[in-house]
Design a protein around this ligand. Structure first.
Ligand SMILES: NC(=O)c1ccc[n+]([C@@H]2O[C@H](COP(=O)([O-])OP(=O)(O)OC[C@H]3O[C@@H](n4cnc5c(N)ncnc54)[C@H](O)[C@@H]3O)[C@@H](O)[C@H]2O)c1
Ligand SMILES: Nc1ncnc2c1ncn2[C@@H]1O[C@H](COP(=O)(O)OP(=O)(O)OP(=O)(O)O)[C@@H](O)[C@H]1O
Length: 505
């Protein structure tokens, strides 16, 4: 039935002209039926009268059904507006957290989700400190089925997510990771993490670091320093050892600058760019010179492997340059009797706690965020970054992990246990490794394979992710670099392809 465009309102229900027409038709038919002219024995007229009676009944049913549907629609509209007004009111109150307010002893099942008056009720608990808020809807009325569908849309429980860091509330980073707008939980976009460095002003000061005791590296260094000065007019910094080597070669290199030990904490404020000539060890060494922020490093591969030394071309002075942020672990040593800790010591690959020269089992107790986790009884333990996962950790049975995955690898070295598998922890965990007071021997700790220190019984080392990563220039994207490294350098999964001319299964 087509609806008329003009309407008149009766109470809550809106009655259209079509409905008025139906009512008029019914009246007319009734009048005809009740005509006194109709005789009792006039059969065709009686039949006609009965037929008209049926039409009257049908018309009445249609009119009633329509009115009822319109009344229901108006009621839903009213409820919707009521609900909306309540929600707006809540939002204006600052989205205060409220606790779930379910009637005591009554589960919020479909049957109990509406009130007796078929009225949606939004009951909000008063808990100021709660971390969630929910709508509770009740209905014991007859139209449960038709309301249930609406409930799914209108009665969706609202909630809030809160972030805690080591037991303390912290919302500072929430929208970087998870959004919960309108009750839909989504994570931040993860399509690309490629970082590109574009110089806003040209670099002016360059630090050159080289592998020692290598004639080709020494030659490359002389040429590079000269080129940087003559072609780019850049300030050049080198380590004191290299400065001595350069001056040994020629007094021409007297323009080259160096630093004293006490200046090192401020080195990053003077240097725009670091160039390394050597292998992975040279990158590790150079990164270790910076205890805080590290300037971008461009590694020139002159080593034997070159996991981090994938860069070969030097258009970096113009840019843009692809950058890979490699995370570091920062470590503090806590001596049994000392009031102050030693450190921080930053590592790009790993911290290794091992038995050193001792022929005995290393005995270590491990804690994550202060909770005891396990003992290590074996040759030792490696706490590795994902960049370091392809170094010592993989040799000890750890998995190789893409360096963009944030985390800490927990890899035992030759554990004297059949079930001690390596595992990986999230980046935010703080790991404490203690040499128990009752241990028969000391343990030894090393940082990227260097700076060996003894840990006596009662001493501990605490490691967590540093906020200062090492930005390293890369030739292509991080995934291609990683795959190229593990395939060409570690020969990952190299196998001849099976011939096709064999038995068919
Ligand atoms: N059994 C082992 O595999 C083992 C033992 C001791 C140390 N190491 C590794 O050596 C590193 C120190 O390197 P170095 O050059 O100063 O010492 P190094 O001269 O002894 O060289 C160690 C080798 O490890 C490679 N390497 C370093 N970092 C790597 C990485 N992230 N991925 C893949 N290979 C990597 C180097 O290219 C080099 O070939 C330590 O951080 C440790 O990871 C490995
Ligand atoms: N500037 C530096 N001062 C002191 N030691 C350094 C310096 N650069 C590198 N080293 C050390 O020299 C050793 C060898 O360096 P590197 O690893 O770069 O060369 P490689 O062994 O030939 O290459 P790769 O590591 O790729 O096999 C490493 O142990 C490293 O710590």
């Amino acid at each position: 039935m087509a609806a008329s465009s003009s309407t008149s309102t009766t109470g809550n229900a809106e009655v259209s002209q079509t409905d008025n027409g139906l009512i008029d038709s019914e009246k007319t038919i009734r009048e005809i039926i009740q005509q006194p002219l109709l005789l009792e024995n006039d059969d065709p007229l009686i039949e006609f009268s009965e037929a008209l009676e049926t039409v009257v009944k049908t018309l009445r049913r249609v009119t009633e059904a329509k009115a009822s549907a319109q009344a229901e629609a108006a009621e839903w509209k009213r409820k919707y507006e009521l609900e909306r007004a309540r929600n707006l009111q809540l939002e204006q109150k600052g989205g205060r957290c409220s606790e779930l307010n379910v009637e005591k002893g009554r589960e919020p099942t479909e049957q109990t989700m509406f009130s007796d008056e078929n009225r949606m009720q939004c009951e909000l608990g008063g808990g100021e400190e709660g971390i969630c808020s929910h709508l509770v809807l009740k209905n014991d009325g007859p139209d449960i089925e038709s309301y249930a569908a609406q409930n799914k849309v209108m009665g969706k429980a609202s909630f809030k997510l809160s972030w805690y860091c080591k037991g303390e509330k912290s919302d500072s980073h929430k929208h970087d990771i998870v959004s919960f707008e309108k009750g839909n939980i989504t994570t931040a976009e993860r399509s690309s993490k490629q970082i590109c460095l574009t110089w806003e002003s040209p670099p002016q000061t360059v630090l050159v670091a080289t592998k020692p005791n290598s004639a080709p590296v020494r030659k490359a260094c002389l040429e590079m320093v000269r080129w940087l000065k003559e072609h780019k007019n850049l300030n050049v910094f080198v380590e004191p050892r290299i400065k001595a080597e350069l001056l040994e070669e020629s007094s021409y290199y007297s323009f080259v600058q160096t630093w004293r030990d006490e200046d090192m904490p401020l080195l990053h404020t003077k240097v725009d760019l670091v160039l390394t000539l050597g292998g992975d060890g040279t990158v590790l060494w150079t990164a270790s010179m910076f205890k805080g922020p590290v300037p971008p490093i461009v590694p020139f591969s002159l080593g034997s492997l070159g996991f981090m030394t994938t860069f070969n071309l030097s258009s970096v002075l113009v840019g843009p340059v692809n950058i890979m942020l490699r995370h570091r672990l920062q470590c503090h040593i806590i001596r049994r009797d000392a009031a102050k800790s030693e450190g921080p010591i930053l590592v790009l690959n790993e911290v290794t706690i091992d038995r050193g020269v001792s022929p005995f089992l290393t005995y270590l107790k491990c804690y994550w965020d202060g909770t005891f986790v396990t003992d290590v009884q074996g040759d030792g333990l490696i706490l590795s970054t994902t960049s370091g996962s392809t170094a010592y950790s993989v040799a000890a049975g750890g998995s190789m992990v893409h360096p963009q995955v944030p985390g800490i690898l927990f890899t035992p070295i030759c554990p004297h246990s059949l079930s001690f598998r390596p595992l990986m922890l999230p980046e935010n965990v703080s790991v404490r490794v203690v040499v128990p007071v009752g241990s028969r021997s000391s343990a030894w700790v090393s940082f990227d394979g260097k700076g060996r220190k003894e840990l006596a019984p009662g001493d501990a080392i605490v490691c967590s992710m540093s906020r200062c990563p090492v930005p390293i220039a890369s030739q292509s994207d991080p995934t291609s670099d990683f795959l190229r490294s593990i395939k060409s350098l570690l020969k990952w999964n190299l196998r001849e392809t099976q011939l096709s001319d064999g038995p068919r299964h």
